[in-house]
Design a protein around this ligand. Structure first.
Ligand SMILES: Cc1cc2nc3c(=O)[nH]c(=O)nc-3n(C[C@H](O)[C@H](O)[C@H](O)COP(=O)(O)O)c2cc1C
Length: 153
C-alpha cells in the first residue's frame, strides 16, 4: 500500500510538511509506503479549459509537474493533501493541481481514476481560515468519490 502526499506550501519543509510527516510516521508504523512531493519553488499552471484530456487519462500539457504528480495520484492507494492557509483558502499551487485533476477525472469519468481511494487533508494556519482550507481539499476528495479519513482534534 502506498500513500502519496502533496504539500502545496511555498515553503519547503515548513509547518505543512511537519504535519504531513506526523501522518507519515503513523502510516509507516503500519508498513504503508509514503512519498512526499513538495510544490515549493515550482508552479502548477491552472486548467486551460481546453478539454483535450478527454480519453487521455491525464492532462496533455507538459510544461510543468502536473502530469507526473497526477500519474502518481492514480497509482497511489491513498492521497494526503497538505496546504497552508493562504488568504483563508488553499494555496494557488494546490488549487491549480486540484482543478486540473478534477477536469481530467471528469473528462475520463468511466475510468474511475481516483474513485474509492482514501483521502486525507491537513492544513497549517496562523490565525484563521483553516476550516475553509480543509473543506476545499475534502471537497476534492468527495468530488472524486474517495473515502475521507477522519480524526479527533
Ligand atoms: C500568502 C499567504 C497568505 C496567508 N494567509 C493566511 C490566512 O488567511 N490565515 C492564516 O491563518 N494564515 C495565513 N498565512 C500564514 C500561513 O498559513 C502559516 O504561516 C502556515 O503555518 C504556513 O505553513 P508552511 O510553513 O507550510 O508554509 C498566510 C501565509 C502566506 C504566505
Amino acid at each position: 500500500m502506498k500513500v502519496l502526499a502533496v504539500n502545496g506550501s511555498a515553503r519547503k519543509d515548513g509547518n505543512t510538511a511537519l504535519l504531513i510527516h506526523t501522518v507519515f510516521e503513523e502510516l509507516n508504523k503500519e508498513g504503508i509506503e509514503t512519498e512526499l512531493i513538495q510544490l515549493s519553488g515550482k508552479v502548477i499552471e491552472p486548467c486551460k479549459a481546453c478539454w483535450a484530456c478527454g480519453g487521455k487519462r491525464n492532462c496533455v500539457h507538459k510544461k510543468d509537474l502536473f502530469q507526473e504528480i497526477f500519474e502518481k495520484m492514480t497509482q497511489a492507494d491513498g492521497i494526503l493533501l497538505g496546504s497552508p492557509v493562504y488568504t483563508a483558502n488553499i494555496s494557488a499551487n494546490m488549487q491549480a493541481l486540484l482543478e486540473r485533476a478534477s477536469v481530467v477525472t471528469d473528462m475520463n469519468r468511466n475510468d474511475n481514476l481516483l474513485q474509492r481511494k482514501v483521502g486525507v487533508a491537513v492544513t497549517a494556519a496562523r490565525r484563521g481560515g483553516a476550516l475553509n482550507t480543509l473543506d476545499a481539499m475534502n471537497h476534492f476528495f468527495m468530488l472524486q468519490g474517495m473515502y475521507i479519513v477522519g480524526s479527533s482534534y
